[in-house]
Design a protein around this ligand. Structure first.
Ligand code: PAF
Length: 298
């Protein structure tokens, strides 16, 4: 691992304000909860490539954990995280405590994620996206970036951040970076650290199912879902929560005659670990004789 120049590490609002004021623009922010892996490194690298200065935030946000989710168990690996930030060329790392981010305690007023926050991950984790958007809004105010980078792995989060930025007039460009995968296809996630060897093998069914679904895109929406479902059902170590083909911005199920871009998204429990993954799919044809496009019908 090549060591880069150590970034400046700040922990208080005052330190952040002073260090941020000294950064030349455009400034990019990469928000993280730490436990940085190759997916985060790709976000920092993309930000480094496209902005003059890069700020990384490392904050395990209590607001986005449900009562049954173990906040205390979330991996905390600050020294390794700072090494990744240094290697990828971050300029500034903001590492606040909950008291710094929420000086008044649990915030009374929060960002509401609305309908989009209640489907898919939001249905399984009530309130999760209100917590995410509240902290993202606060970190945008505190770091004042020109661009903010998010991973496509958390597709629903990226959609919601975009909607918040549009709906509430935040002056920032949201950039979504493709998912980084292990060579065998497993999407990078901090939660992969919880998987035992057998569970890790079972977890590969998620990306396998998504690829099977994507490959069925030319045969229509129903074929996409059928192909992905078959692969997922063949892995007993995987307990699916949902497998859906949705509009990339609406997150609503696409109709059976959908053509064009869609998002194939999956969530499953592998052992005690809940994993999510997704792939963009181009759905090219209407299944059956209903083709109304004379070009395609030929
Ligand atoms: O994606 C994450 O790690 C978190 O949801 C984020 C965006 C840093 C907010 O806490």
């Amino acid at each position: 691992m090549t060591e880069g120049i150590r970034p400046v590490v700040v922990r208080t609002r005052e330190e952040l304000r002073a260090a941020r004021a000294a950064l030349p623009g455009p400034v990019a922010v990469v928000m993280t909860m730490g436990a940085l892996h190759a997916g985060h490194a790709a976000l920092i690298r993309a930000a480094r490539h496209e902005a003059r200065s890069v700020v990384v935030t490392v904050f395990v946000n209590p607001l986005q954990f449900g009562p049954a989710e173990d906040l205390a168990r979330y991996p905390r690996t600050l020294d390794a995280d700072l090494a990744v930030c240094a290697r990828e060329g971050a300029d500034l790392v903001f590492v606040p405590t909950p008291e710094v981010v929420y000086p008044g305690g649990d915030p009374e007023v929060r960002v509401g994620a609305g309908r989009l926050g209640g489907v898919l991950e939001g249905a399984a984790r009530p309130g999760h996206f209100d917590g995410v958007l509240t902290v993202v809004a606060k970190l945008l105010h505190l770091t004042r970036p020109d661009r903010a980078y998010f991973g496509r792995k958390d597709a629903q989060q990226a959609v919601l951040v975009r909607r918040m930025v549009t709906d509430l007039d935040f002056d920032v460009e949201v950039v979504v970076v493709p998912t980084v995968r292990e060579p065998d296809g497993l999407a990078m996630s901090s939660r992969n650290a919880y998987l035992g060897a057998d569970e890790r093998r079972a977890a590969l069914a998620l990306s396998r199912a998504l690829r099977a679904g994507r490959d069925a895109g030319p045969r229509g929406a129903a074929a996409v879902l059928a192909a992905a479902t078959e692969v997922l059902a063949a892995e007993p170590g995987c307990q699916p929560d949902y497998l859906v083909l949705v509009g990339p911005d609406t997150l609503a199920d696409v109709p059976p005659d959908h053509r064009g871009e869609a998002l194939l998204a999956v969530a499953a429990r592998v052992g005690a670990t809940r994993l999510i993954d997704n792939l963009p799919v181009t759905v090219r044809a209407v299944a059956g004789p209903a083709a109304d496009d004379p070009q395609e019908a030929r």
